[in-house]
Design a protein around this ligand. Sequence first.
Ligand SMILES: [Zn+2]
Length: 149
Amino acid sequence: MGHIDWAALRSEAISAMHKAYAPYSNFPVGAAALTDDGRIVSGCNVENASYGLGLCAECSLVSALTMSGGGTLVAFTCVDGNENTLMPCGRCRQLLFEHSAPGMILDTVSGMKTIDEVIPDAFGPRTLEIFREGVPDDPANDTTCEGCQ
Ligand SMILES: [Zn+2]
């Protein structure tokens, strides 16, 4: 994974926070992450007059990841309007998990933590893969034609 420049990540998160569109909550949020190929992607929250449609900073960060070439996230930080460290909400931990590199590190309010520590036993792509491959003991998953054996 190499050296992680946390100061640079934090600076990007602060810069993103200043771009936030948060006229309803007045709670701007900025997030930044390092990708497995060394890019930095960032995002800010974008609210909506229909409050429930507001997007967290992690939403635009994950979109930026995909739009800039994909890959996985190896390090992440998030700040509030006072430039203090902020935890991703539950939904966003799931969003980050989907795009995390194994062992992804997050700068959290209680220190550096891995993605598995902030969303333990997560449901994710690997869960779906295992199920798609079929449960061996379940005859319902046996799609082999008897005549072909
Ligand atoms: Zn969130």
